[in-house]
Write a protein that binds this ligand. Structure first.
Ligand SMILES: [Zn+2]
Length: 565
């Protein structure tokens, strides 16, 4: 019998509703459902003071901002390991609590220039104000030399949306010019990609990955503020100086030799040189059936890199399942932050109190709650503290490529990146709302607290693709990622939003993201209890949740599940 997603989905919801109601009126739980009494005791172990104590330690100056491969890393991973041992958890990687993550830091010499030949002549562009370039290749010199340029629109190969910008095209050795975001965002047409909400295909990371898969030698994304969701200064600032990468076996030689961004003005000028109109082609690129356009121009750029290799560590602890220990529910939070910057005047330490000492505190509190249960859940629970999230999700990406536990046996992941420090909220936000069946697990748990679940108010900014769970999602593992609500129980929504905005402008990724003993952790406690409930259900079920039909990670999940059968 062919069953639709809905068929499989609705019985599940009703089962959860029964369980949810059982929680309100004791004694009504169906026989199969574990009684809620042990659940309540475990939930009570989650307390604000415990969260604060962890944050106070990890965000102290002693930990020096928890930079990967710094003395602060050693303190952090020792602290986490000691906590996990104290709780009686098992090492999560064989005999070890850590997984070594090989990193390379590449610094591009800013003397690089970009020259374009052909069309109406030759043009040169200036590094910084007009373009940015780097290479992921671990090599002292990389270059493109007279590489033919092709405009590939959004540079997306998205079978589930019936879209292929590289169809019938051979870009080996060529330089591709790519638009940021995706056709759905550009047109607001709900029938294209995911409409206004950004998809994976809209992220710059994807575009460089796809260009590499296609064999391109060079890849440049055209920056536009609205679809990128940030101004050129952010591109220029974040791609300057030392850039961390993972090192693949081929020293990243499968990546394009030169990757980069050009400003909108630079793009318009290059297209004009080719006798093309950028704005017209940009619009055509979001029409179905768009064909890539050879630009009859040649790009040249050469780059000198200085290379520094280092190692960092992911941390894992395991609570083995009682019945199906080879199936895993994952809680994750990045332990790293930006470290110490000796060139700064005054405070040099990026304490990363909210980002992400709070998430790690939640992770430890969840572990504490699970070990307090009389009986471990049926499935195993993995507590995963990732490294180098701030450097581009590197620890989680390394794990995704070098997994300790197979994706097909991984039930779901719940990622915590920044907890609520503003007290109780009447709501909670799901980032990437509508993508996976995990939304319904969270809704049920939220209903038990009388809270409302809200979609991400800015789906076009692609926040779902900007934290560690995304690397697991790419492997098909359904992943839940939330943001604290904004509707403060005490002060209302306007106040809630104002707190969030103030944090973003005043403290986010700044040395002033410091611990404050006056934080109100009552809302974070609610959230951790929600995550506990969600994980507890997942860990006692036998089904594997999936992505919704038509989302970009569905095919990967279906493929791993098919292999399993
Ligand atoms: Zn973070």
């Amino acid at each position: 019998m062919k069953r639709t997603t809905r068929d499989r989905y609705f019985p599940l919801i009703s089962a959860l509703i029964v369980v949810g109601c059982a929680a309100c009126s004791a004694g009504q739980a169906p026989v199969e459902t574990p009684s809620d009494a042990p659940l309540d005791a475990a939930l009570q172990t989650i307390q604000g003071d415990d969260l604060l104590a962890v944050v106070k330690t990890l965000a102290s100056d002693e930990f020096e901002g928890r930079g990967p491969s710094s003395p602060g890393e050693e303190m952090t991973i020792n602290y986490l390991r000691d906590e996990f041992i104290r709780m009686g958890l098992k090492p999560g990687n064989g005999e070890s609590f850590v997984q070594e993550v090989p990193l390379v830091a590449l610094t591009a010499d800013p003397s690089v220039s970009l020259r374009i030949d052909g069309g109406s002549g030759t043009s040169n562009y200036e590094y910084g104000p007009e373009f940015m370039a780097w290479s992921k290749r671990v090599a002292e010199k990389t270059a493109i030399d007279g590489s033919e340029m092709v405009f590939v629109g959004y540079g997306a190969v998205a079978p589930e949306y019936g879209w292929d910008d590289y169809a019938g095209l051979d870009v080996k050795g060529k330089t591709v010019v790519i638009l940021v975001n995706d056709p759905g965002f550009a047109t607001k047409d709900e029938s294209l990609f995911n409409g206004n909400a950004m998809t994976y295909y809209g992220r710059w990371t994807y575009k460089f990955e796809e260009a590499a898969r296609q064999g391109a030698a060079g890849a440049f994304i055209v920056h536009e503020t609205e679809p990128a969701a940030y101004p050129w200064e952010v591109v220029e600032g974040s791609w300057r100086g030392e850039q961390f990468s993972l090192v693949s076996e081929d020293n990243n030689m499968s990546r394009a030799a030169i990757e980069g961004w050009v400003t909108l003005d630079t793009a318009r000028s290059i297209f004009e040189q080719a006798g093309l109109d950028y704005d017209t082609l940009r619009d055509q690129a979001s029409e179905r059936g768009f064909k890539a356009v050879p630009m009859k121009l040649k790009a040249s750029a050469s780059l000198k890199n200085s290379i520094r290799r280092s190692t960092s560590n992911n941390v894992f602890a395991l609570l083995p399942g009682r019945e199906r220990p080879d199936e895993y529910v994952v809680y994750m939070a990045h332990w790293d932050h930006l470290g110490r910057d000796a060139t700064l005047d005054g405070d040099q330490i990026y304490n990363g109190a909210l980002d992400n000492a709070t998430g790690v505190a939640c992770l430890l509190d969840l572990a504490e709650a699970f070990v307090s249960l009389d009986k471990a859940p049926a499935r195993s629970i993995l507590f995963f503290a990732t490294t180098a999230e701030e450097q581009g999700l590197l620890g989680s990406a390394f794990y995704a490529e070098t997994p300790i536990y197979p994706a097909a046996k991984t039930v779901a992941a719940i990622n915590m990146d920044g907890a609520n420090i503003w007290g109780k909220m009447r709501d909670i936000t799901i980032v990437g709302y509508g993508m996976s069946e995990l939304d319904d697990y969270l809704k049920e748990a939220a209903a038990a607290q009388g809270r409302e679940v809200r979609p991400d108010p800015e789906p076009e900014k692609g926040f779902y693709y900007r934290s560690d769970h995304f690397e697991l999602a790419k492997k098909g593992i359904p992943a839940l990622y939330t943001d604290s609500g904004i509707d403060s129980a005490e002060h209302g929504e306007e106040w809630g939003l104002a707190q969030r905005d103030a944090y973003t402008t005043e403290r986010y990724h700044k040395p002033s993201d410091e611990f404050d003993p006056n934080w109100d952790m009552a809302g974070a406690v609610d959230d951790v209890r929600l995550f506990f409930r969600v994980g507890y259900r997942l860990a006692n079920e036998s089904r594997f949740p999936n992505w919704r039909e038509g989302t970009e990670f569905r095919a990967a999940r279906d493929a791993t599940m098919a292999r399993l059968r």
